[in-house]
Structures are given as C-alpha cells and as structure tokens.
Write a protein that binds this ligand. Structure first.
Ligand SMILES: Nc1ncnc2c1ncn2[C@@H]1O[C@H](COP(=O)(O)OP(=O)(O)OP(=O)(O)O)[C@@H](O)[C@H]1O
Length: 524
C-alpha cells in the first residue's frame, strides 16, 4: 500500500521521540508539518529559517536516522520554510544544506510563502508577519527566566491554587509556562517617557523610541539601535520603551537584558548543557531589549546565538531594541552578518545634553523628590556638569543628602562643595576655583574681581590669563568657563585665550609669567 506523508512523518516522529528529550521533541518536532511525499523524498514544513537552521545544527543525525529507517538508505528530506511575505528584509535566503554526512541525503530547502501554508496553529499577525514557532513554544514546555512576577491581586488566589510554580532556581529551568505573565521583564519602572527630558541631544532617538513603543515590531525601526556615550540616557530610553509597551499592550512579553547578562547566561547554559533551553526561552520574547551590545565584541559563540535569536524574532515581526556606546559601523570584534543586521532598522544617537536640557533634567529630578532649589543653583550645576547626566544626578543626590543631614537649605555654597567632592576626578586637582585663586594671587587682586564687571587693565589681564588656563587645564566648555567668570559669553573666552596666546608669542616678560603660573598647574 502507498504510504502518505503523514504516516511517514508519524513513524519518523516515533523514532525521533525515542532519541530526544520530551522538551526538545515538543519544541522542535511537534511544530513540523509533513507536506509531501514523492517516492523516497519526504517534504516537511518548518516555521522559520531559524527553526530550519536549528534542526540542521542540532538534530540532523536524528532526522537522518528516522528517514533512513522509514524510507530506506535512499530516503531524502526536503525542508519547506515559511516565509514572511510582509517583511522582505526578513526573507530568508536559500540555504544550501551541508553535504550529506552519511545516511539520507538532504535537498536544499524551499521557501513557502506564508499565504500558501495551511497551519491552524500558526496564525498570522495583523501586519502579515509570520508568527511561526513562537506561538507554539509559548504553549509548550519552555525555559523559564529569572524571577516570576507577582500575579495581580485578583488573580493571585486562583493562580496560587491552579498553576503557581515554585520559585525558579535557575534562569533556564525548564518548566511548562503557559502564562507568560509569570516571566519578569527585568524592567525598572522608574524609567518612563514622562521623566525622560527631551532636547536637541536626544530628539531623534526619543521620537523613534516613542514610535516603536506605540507600534512595536511594525515600524521600519526594527531593530532600533540607540548609541551614545556614558551616562547619556540609553538605558533610560530603551527601558521607557519597554515599560510603555508593557503598559499598553499587556500580553506582549518584553524582556530587558544587558549584553553582559545575556553572555553570562549563555555561558552558563553551555556549562549545564542547556543551550537549547536558552534558545527556546529567547524565542518566547515579543520585544527584546539588549543593552550595551558592544559587550558581545569578540565573543563569537554568544554572537552566533544572538544572531539566531535576532533572525527568528525579526522574521516573526518581533521588535528588537539595542543600545551601544558607539555606532554600529564602529563596533569592533563583530561578525559582519550581525553588524549588517544592526543597520537594518534605525540607528539614532544620544549627544550630551545642552544647557537648557540639563536645567530641565535637574528641575525634573528635584520636583520628583519634592525638593526646591534656587534658580541660580540650578544654573550653576547645569553649567558645571556638562557631559554626563549620571554625574549631574550624582551631584543632586549629594546635595539632597547634605541638605537633609545638615538641615540647611540648598544654596550656592553647598552646591560648590558638592561639586568639589564629586567631579574632582574630572578636573583632577586643577579646577576652576584653584585656577582663579592662583592667578588672582599672582596678580595681587581679589578673586571676586575676576568675576566682576570691572575693566581695569590689570584685572582684565588676570581674567584673561585665568580663562586661558581654565581652557587648558579643565574639561569646561567655553560657555561654562564664561559662566564661571561672571556670566561672560563664550566669545569673550575665545578672545581672552587668543589674546593670551598672542602675548606669549610677542612679550617675553608675559611669557615668563605664564611659564611660572603653568608650573603651579602642571607641577613642571
Ligand atoms: N534625557 C534625560 N532625561 C532624564 N533623565 C535622564 C536623561 N538622560 C539620562 N538621564 C538619567 O541619567 C542617568 C544615566 O542614564 P542611563 O543609565 O540611561 O545612561 P546610559 O547611557 O545607559 O549609561 P551607560 O553608558 O553607563 O550604560 C539615569 O538615571 C537617567 O535617568
């Protein structure tokens, strides 16, 4: 009697089931649909390119064994891969199967358009994106991750009685997870769009983030890559996106993970032979936020794993969001195929906040803590800490602590003290105060005169010299230097620096004065 493809595949499944674990069987073999049998060629349909690659990498021998048993040594297997028509970028390319390694030969995979497939268990998303394996994984045994969330109060009793799994001991402990609300997103709820101050430094990144937060996976910003220097708000922004999605599309599983944690978990899974659980777990995710992706540099195997996960999620219309300290083109130690994927969507940078944004950030933080500080203190802080929002926050925290310890109102003097302690390392020992004091002493004038309006010649010269050294020995911008010299603008600072440079060239006595002063700042 002529066999049909279903019977052949059912027999193959029996062989496979005896060779792989239950979890793997459900995850990797149950979703496969037999779609054709031509003599000794069995055609099976798999939900995605990733799925196909995974089978090839991990189960090729098991599949061969099953095919040979069922169709004889001439038996062949062909994969038909479901293609997401609505997402050309994600369209898998034809992949040639590796040369036969004994047993049944393979044929290259064919790619079945999503529309042509008949699979009730893999519904299409509204945007037409294929939703292949992931749906099935969610219902099947899956790898659970960090800690469970507390179920909402109303559901707590039912949950406790019905499913409540015991606390998970390790991140990838395998257990049935039919309710994904048990999975913790690892998001910090304090990071929101509301408290993320917008400025010209972050406008593009913020609006792209907002678009993604409202339509995850369906904009062309997939992946969304945010890059920028230390402490400029990358983590805040991507977590704000995650929190917004969680709040507005409750059933989506958002996961925030740092690249370092991802790497450590992956290494752990290698040690404990649970790489598949690791992979399975990440396939559950609807929105994956990977922070500090530069950490993956040079870590080939972790990159490879991330590559597969990325492909699968992207192809299934899931959103991927990443941060990096440099733009993708400057990332070193990455495989080209991964770098090229980073550039598929939108890359947006974060710059150091400008003065007005810094003022707004300070005001916002102070308001959130219910603290009032005089405008001139806000201005002083905003002028003094220019490059890094985290540092700015450090000064604020220190001010708040001091004010509550000493029961004093925050004033300019206290702000100066706080700055001295906190940004010492930025300016080293040579800070603006020291320069002003040293130069004033040298010229025999009071420090305050450097900041005053007077235009007496000896004061003007001393002021110009102090500005010159401030430019040479501190990290302050021209604008900030001007501010610390009585609120002068940056063109005055440029003019001062130029005047001093010219005098050094033309006036020997003046040159000696500068050399003496410089020794006090450099020790040489
Ligand atoms: N535009 C902003 N509005 C409000 N707060 C901000 C803004 N930018 C940064 N911050 C705050 O600055 C601090 C540092 O930000 P964050 O940790 O997001 O920086 P990062 O770029 O991820 O730093 P790193 O490079 O060290 O990972 C956070 O407390 C964050 O809330």
């Amino acid at each position: 009697m002529q066999k049909d493809c279903r019977t052949v595949w059912a027999n193959c499944l029996r062989v496979i089931r005896s060779s792989v674990g239950e979890q793997s069987f459900r995850t990797w073999f149950e979703p496969i649909v037999p779609v054709g049998l031509q003599k000794n060629l069995l055609i099976i349909q798999v939900p995605s390119q990733f799925f196909y690659e995974w089978l090839e990498e991990h189960y090729v021998d098991v599949l061969k064994k099953a095919i040979v048993q069922e169709l004889g040594s001439e038996g062949q297997l062909e994969y038909s891969i479901v293609v997401d028509q609505g997402n050309e970028q994600a369209r898998p390319r034809t992949v040639n199967l590796p040369a036969t390694r004994g047993g049944a030969p393979h044929r290259p995979p064919t790619h079945t358009p999503m529309a042509a497939q008949v699979r009730p268990m893999a519904p299409q998303q509204p945007n037409g994106a294929a939703q292949p394996a992931q749906q099935n994984f969610a219902g099947a045994n899956s790898a659970a991750y960090p800690k469970r969330q507390t179920p909402p109060a109303a559901a707590a009793a039912v949950a406790a009685a019905a499913v409540a799994p015991p606390p998970l001991r390790n991140p990838f402990e395998v257990r049935a997870v039919s309710d994904r609300s048990y999975l913790d997103s690892q998001l910090n709820q304090n990071y929101t769009f509301t408290n993320y101050i917008e400025g010209s430094c972050n406008r593009l990144a913020r609006s792209a983030g907002w678009a993604v937060a409202n339509k995850p996976g369906t904009t062309s910003f997939n992946p969304l890559m945010i890059y920028g220097g230390v402490g400029l708000g990358k983590t805040h922004l991507v977590q704000a996106i995650g929190n917004h999605i969680k709040e507005h599309s409750g059933n989506k599983f958002v996961l925030y993970v740092s690249a370092e944690k991802f790497t450590n978990q992956f290494i752990e899974s290698l040690k404990t032979n649970s790489v598949q659980d690791f992979g399975n777990f990440y396939l559950l995710v609807d929105i994956l936020i990977l922070d500090d992706v530069q950490f993956l540099a040079g870590k080939d195997r972790t990159q490879e794993m991330f590559f597969h996960i990325f492909n699968h999620l992207h192809q299934a219309g899931k959103q991927v969001i990443m941060t990096s300290d440099v733009p993708p083109r400057e990332l070193k130690g990455f495989e080209e195929r991964l770098l090229s994927r980073f550039k598929w969507g939108l890359t947006a940078d974060l710059q150091s906040p400008d003065f007005e944004t810094r003022v707004a950030i300070i005001m916002n933080k102070m308001q959130a803590d219910g603290i009032d500080i005089p405008p001139q203190v806000v201005e002083y802080l905003a002028y003094s800490v220019e490059t890094n929002v985290r540092e700015l926050e450090g000064v604020l925290i220190s001010l708040i602590a001091q004010s509550s310890l000493t029961r004093r109102e925050i004033d300019l003097e206290m702000a100066k003290q706080a700055l001295r302690h906190i940004i010492e390392d930025v300016e080293a020992e040579v800070n603006l105060d020291f320069i002003q004091k040293t130069v004033a002493e040298h010229f025999g004038i009071a420090v305050d005169l450097l900041k005053a309006k007077t235009r007496k010649k000896e004061v003007v010269t001393a002021r110009q010299v102090a500005m010159y050294f401030a430019k040479e020995h501190t990290n302050h911008s021209l604008k900030s230097i001007g501010y610390h010299f009585g609120g002068r603008d940056h063109s005055t600072v440029i003019h001062s620096v130029q005047t001093v440079s010219d005098l050094i060239d033309s006036d020997k006595t003046f040159r000696t004065t500068i050399q003496e002063l410089r020794k006090k700042f450099t020790g040489k």
